[in-house]
Design a protein around this ligand. Structure first.
Ligand code: UD1
Length: 361
């Protein structure tokens, strides 16, 4: 069979890496060969957001780079569609595999479906029910035209069933982002930072959601509050380019050490050893759950509720009083440990490849 694998943005690289390794393993076993073409849309394009992830996760260089870059949502989506359509019209493939919920996911799914190529969505079925999030729109549109779904939780299966998807198209396999984590844990690299992370406690902060960062005043209030609550415990903040573009005068935050976006293995080191993680990311809610590191999520909702119900995560929304209360509880050692959700065991990619081999051979 032949598979076209799409990756465009930072979290996509983490999700496709173990699938590519599982395909190599499958082919080494002498089973019917799976050929693939790796397409990088170029949504994320620089060394810090893209190149370093290919190196850290041992992903082969993309066969095709659509080089679309950063634009408005409509322009970015349109550029991906135009460029991917040109590629796919000249490529014979059995299916297009998309992961996650970024613009590249939706754009390539639409192109494939309109050219009559089957669409497989890894991480299908997640729902935040918040249509203000571009990712929720991407998830709904992608899933409405997906042929086969590989899901991370029973709740994702239920969401899809409730939307009319038949059970024979849904496969709960676990979480490929956790596969990358499991494969990389012993390779984590201590980053070079000013704070003495080998001996002193720290909080890890990430922020990039438009709802938190696009309004500069709101963003500053949030960071000022975290700076104040942390009092004495250093906050390490690898700053996403979208967030960096909104912040000026960062020297005034006494407890916060600002860092560039980090390579995967360095970020993993910081996450694994953090006293607490404060974030608005989707994937980090899952990774901290696996690591059993306390996580406070600065969002009003999550498409990953199992990280709260089973894992170490708590939703904080915009409530800075709740943030202070929960962070204080964590720093005084008073937090739920959480459990790891079913099938988040490092073998999701193998399950996906086994299913693909059955579905398309
Ligand atoms: C995108 C995804 C989001 C994901 C996030 C992870 C969508 C709708 N959003 O958001 O789901 O969680 O990636 O990072 O697809 N930039 C660089 N270098 C790069 C890439 C981007 O400097 O390599 C800057 C650009 O100035 C750009 C900004 O980052 O304007 C935002 O990038 P973009 O891909 O549009 O969205 P993200 O906010 O990263």
């Amino acid at each position: 069979m032949h598979l076209t694998i799409i990756a465009g943005a930072r979290p996509n690289f983490v999700k496709i890496a173990p699938i590519i390794h599982a395909i190599s393993h499958h082919n080494d076993q002498g089973a019917a060969k799976i050929d693939f073409c790796l397409v990088h849309t170029g949504q994320h394009y620089d060394e810090k957001m893209s190149g370093s992830f290919f190196k850290d996760l041992n992903i082969p260089l993309p066969d095709v780079n659509l080089n679309v870059g950063s634009h408005s949502h409509a322009e970015q989506t349109a550029k991906i569609m135009v460029a991917f359509e040109k590629h796919l019209m000249n490529q014979s493939t059995d299916c297009v595999l998309v992961v996650g919920d970024v613009n590249s996911t939706m754009a390539c799914a639409i192109v494939a479906k309109k050219l009559g190529v089957k669409v497989v969505h890894v991480e299908g079925g997640l729902r935040s029910r918040d249509m203000r999030m571009p990712e929720e729109i991407n998830r709904l549109l992608t899933d409405s035209i997906t042929d086969y779904f590989f899901t991370t939780s029973a709740l994702a299966d239920t969401n899809l069933l409730n939307e009319g998807v038949t059970a024979d198209r849904i496969f709960m396999v676990g979480n490929t982002m956790i596969d990358s984590l499991v494969n990389s844990l012993d390779k984590a690299v201590m980053p070079k930072v000013e704070h003495d992370i080998a001996t002193a406690e720290y909080i890890l902060l990430t922020l990039h959601r438009p709802s938190n960062v696009d309004d500069a005043h709101k963003l500053e209030t949030l960071i000022e509050t975290i700076d104040r609550i942390a009092s004495g415990v250093k906050v390490l903040f690898p700053i996403h380019p979208r967030t960096a573009s909104k912040l000026t005068n960062i020297e005034r935050f006494d407890n916060i050490e600002f860092l560039s976006p980090l390579p995967y293995l360095e970020f993993l080191y910081l996450m694994k050893n953090a006293k607490a993680v404060v974030t608005d990311s989707g994937g980090i809610q899952e990774e901290t759950t696996y690591l059993k590191v306390p996580c406070l999520t600065l969002r009003e909702n999550t498409e990953r509720p199992e990280t709260i119900e089973i894992g170490s995560n708590q939703l904080i929304g915009n409530d800075l009083v709740a943030l202070e209360k929960s962070l204080t509880a964590i720093l005084s050692g008073n937090w739920k440990k959480g459990e790891v959700p079913p099938l988040w065991d490092g073998n999701a990619s193998k399950r996906i490849v086994d299913h693909l081999a059955q579905l398309f051979n």
